[in-house]
Design a protein around this ligand. Structure first.
Ligand code: ZN
Length: 195
């Protein structure tokens, strides 16, 4: 699969997944750019294409199970697992901490691939890494669609992103958009319109 960054960004723009405005990210940081990955993953053909880059990268790795943080990572994990024909599970927040529910289990020695949609500081992925380590699994790698850190996030395992973007983010204290008194939005389940 050979997808140019330009082609991928076009798909994000076209589907409304790339928003510009003033956003409070899940990481707590502020940014003028937001990737609403769910908007592009509405379309199975794009999900297949974008996750295909991750599946292709890890096709020769020994993997038993794909695990992802809810909610954003679920579709990515499921599609990568489908293409690799592996089991797929997810961790979800309970009292703010990611945890395995619904009878999902990991066993010692199991080889896991961790998948996510968008990574800024990688907080959710690091939490899943801890879950995987505590269960005694072997982490084969990390795959995600958008690397907002332009490759700066390093999980300490083999990792690949479908696209690397240098999308600058700021702490609230140093955010230039806050200094201009532009109200920020916290993208979530409600509609977020580009400013
Ligand atoms: Zn701000």
């Amino acid at each position: 699969m050979n997808l140019s960054d330009e082609k991928i960004l076009n798909i994000f723009e076209e589907t409304g997944a790339l928003l510009r405005g003033h956003f409070l990210l899940t990481s707590g940081r502020h940014s003028g750019v937001y990737f609403q990955c769910a908007k592009v993953l509405q379309y199975p053909k794009y999900t297949e294409m974008l996750c295909g880059v991750i599946a292709e990268h890890f096709k020769n790795f020994e993997i038993d199970t794909v695990i992802s943080p809810a909610i954003g990572g679920i579709i990515v994990g499921q599609e990568v697992a489908r293409q690799l024909n592996k089991r797929s599970i997810f961790a979800e927040r309970e009292d703010k901490a990611l945890t395995l529910r619904r009878g999902f289990e990991l066993s010692a020695g199991e080889k896991v691939l961790i998948c996510e949609d968008v990574v800024t500081t990688g907080g959710s992925v690091f939490e899943v890494i801890e879950i995987a380590k505590k269960a005694g699994t072997e982490i084969a790698g990390i795959g995600f669609i958008v690397d907002r850190s332009s490759g700066k996030v390093n999980f300490g395992f083999p990792q690949i992103s479908t696209i690397k973007v240098d999308a600058v983010s700021f702490s609230s204290e140093e955010c230039p958009l806050c200094k201009e008194n532009i109200p920020f939005v916290k993208p979530g389940s409600r509609n977020v319109n580009p400013v």
